[in-house]
Design a protein around this ligand. Structure first.
Ligand SMILES: C[S@@+](CC[C@H](N)C(=O)[O-])C[C@H]1O[C@@H](n2cnc3c(N)ncnc32)[C@H](O)[C@@H]1O
Length: 238
């Protein structure tokens, strides 16, 4: 059982430890619950994210907070060369990808400066302790002209869809997740959205970190958002 308290969201170091322990706990059934909860839309959202990178075959792409490796599989299928990084040993052990996986905190990547062509990150922004530090780390490891695709949950713009989204996400998901996996982890999931800054804040944080062409797209039916951007500077990517 995970020890995270959804009614008292932790901060700082306590958050990092609680998130790591929670994902270690839910790792064995993470993929199953994900597919059921999103009606497999998560797979479509990841493929869309990979396409949005618009990188040539053979480009090196790091998948940050790779979890069980879904993004690495899609990146490899698209002819890219993926490397995954995650803090949870449980998630890494449950991974099914053949891509190299590294146990690391994505706020302190064991990657040299300006070494990679692209980066993806799925459903992890709200789990991080400090978002501007993450964006700065992305800017450090990417080559100028490198691309990022960051995927996370969102609220639909349309009022009716937003109502349905909240009923589903706040009431159904915790029950289904609790039944199939860990109760407190899936009660934390809807509450953890409170950690995610307003989209305008994230866009401005990406600009501050040196990214240009920052775009945000709501993905059908509006319960996921994709942030894409290019690292400023002279392009060195095909
Ligand atoms: C919701 S899962 C997403 C997994 C995967 N990206 C996907 O699309 O299914 C969030 C992942 O973020 C990882 N994570 C959270 N904070 C992290 C950090 N600071 N460094 C590395 N991984 C982290 C967790 O261990 C977990 O595997």
């Amino acid at each position: 059982m995970s020890s995270i308290d959804p009614d008292n969201l932790p901060q700082g170091e306590a958050k990092a430890k609680a998130v790591q322990a929670m994902f270690d706990t839910i790792a064995p059934r993470y993929d199953l619950v994900n597919r059921i909860m999103t009606f497999r839309l998560d797979t479509r959202w990841r493929r869309r994210t990979v396409r949005s990178l618009r990188l040539p075959a053979g480009a090196t792409v790091i998948d940050l907070a790779c979890g069980t490796g879904d993004f690495c599989i899609d990146l490899a299928r698209a002819g890219l060369v993926p490397f995954g990084f995650d803090l949870s040993i449980g998630m890494l052990r449950a991974a099914r990808t053949t891509a190299p996986l590294v146990h690391a905190d994505i706020l302190h990547l064991p990657v040299g400066d300006h070494r990679v062509d692209g980066a993806t990150c799925g459903f992890a922004l709200r789990n991080l302790v400090e978002l501007p530090a993450f964006f700065a780390e992305l800017a450090r490891v990417l080559r100028p002209g490198g691309r990022i695709g960051l995927l996370d949950v969102a609220e639909p713009d349309n009022a009716v869809l937003r109502w349905g989204h909240h009923v589903y996400f706040d009431r159904v998901v915790p029950r289904v997740g609790g039944l199939l996996s860990d109760k407190s982890a899936y009660a934390y999931l809807p509450k953890s959205v409170a950690y995610l800054p307003h989209p305008d804040t994230m866009i401005s944080q990406l600009h501050d970190a040196g990214f240009v062409d920052v775009e945000r797209t709501l993905l059908v039916p509006g319960s996921a958002q994709l942030l894409t951007a290019t690292l400023g500077g002279r392009p060195s990517v095909g």
